[in-house]
Design a protein around this ligand. Structure first.
Ligand code: URA
Length: 287
């Protein structure tokens, strides 16, 4: 009984991911059991700060199907030492505990239920940056757990990754009332927390979801339509003179994709460029 419920959940997840990618005809017999199992059974950590022991063995992929010879491994997270991972995890926790969770730098502190620091792997290869918490995120204190979050989970799964292998956060750590667009003064007060998160995690690539995240990180007013689809240079140091740039891919926000499903293909094309950069395998049918 439990098994058949599991299989149904697995199949539903697979079909939804296929639909996300614009695949209409789904050859069900080719569903790889292990890969699907991992997409559904993957822990979505309730804590924004999984411990180093939770996360210390770097996840690898592509995952081979049951019984098949292991495929060449592409790390899903950065293969840092356990000490380094523990240090990054602790630094993120300190930033949240000492600064974000008690922040009163702007008036949003008066209307928030919980701050939303973001959650995921402290040595993630890819960080997804959204705009600001919505009502569900404000209630739970976790990023992207509402409807847009479900679509983001599917997008991440389609890349062959799990939510706990990436890091997910927002420009604002508090919800703007009525989910309005973040104001300039709120972004100015809050974005240093985001820059510090990126400095600690040092991802190989950043995916900026929607205009506010892309414009904040790239310090531009260009529209998301103009920015998306190609890599931009992001300087974690804040200066092009210090250290190499981190590639940043702007793409459409999942909430926009829910309203405009015809744009999903473009978002998927952006994510395939990210997969290529990370060396993640792109199934032929999705190209
Ligand atoms: N939209 C965002 O930008 N972030 C969230 O966490 C949820 C919805």
């Amino acid at each position: 009984m439990g098994d058949s419920l599991n299989i149904r959940a697995v199949l539903r997840q697979h079909l939804e991911t296929e639909r996300l990618l614009g695949v209409q005809d789904v050859p069900l017999p080719s569903v790889p059991r292990v890969a699907l199992g991992s997409a559904v059974a993957g822990r979505s950590s309730a804590s924004p700060h999984p411990t180093a022991t939770d996360t210390q063995s770097p996840a690898v992929g592509p995952r081979s199907s049951a019984g098949a010879a292991p495929l060449p491994e592409t790390p899903h997270t950065m293969p840092v030492s356990p000490d380094e991972l523990a240090a990054r995890t602790a630094a993120l926790k300190r930033l949240d505990d000492d600064q974000v969770s008690v922040c009163v730098k702007c008036h949003l502190c008066r209307t928030r239920t919980k701050t939303v620091f973001g959650q995921g792997h402290a040595a993630a290869r890819v960080v997804f940056v959204g705009e600001a918490p919505g009502s569900e995120e404000d209630r739970q204190g976790l990023a992207f757990v509402g409807r847009a979050g479900q679509l983001l989970t599917q997008m991440i799964a389609a890349m062959g990754l799990r939510r706990d292998e990436v890091f997910i956060c927002n420009v604002l750590k508090c919800r703007p009332p009525d989910n309005r667009t973040p104001a300039d003064d709120e972004i100015a007060a809050c974005s240093p927390y985001l820059f510090e998160q990126l400095r600690i995690i040092q991802p190989e690539v950043i995916v900026a979801l929607g205009a506010p995240a892309s414009q904040t990180l790239l310090n531009t007013k260009d529209s998301i339509g103009r920015l998306r689809g190609r890599f931009h240079d992001f300087h974690i140091s804040g200066s092009p003179l210090v250290g190499p740039p981190t590639p940043l891919m702007p793409t459409f926000h999942p909430a926009y994709l829910l309203r405009s499903p015809n744009e999903k293909r473009k978002a998927w094309e952006d994510l395939m460029k990210v997969m290529e950069l990370l060396g993640l395998p792109i199934p032929e049918k999705y190209r």
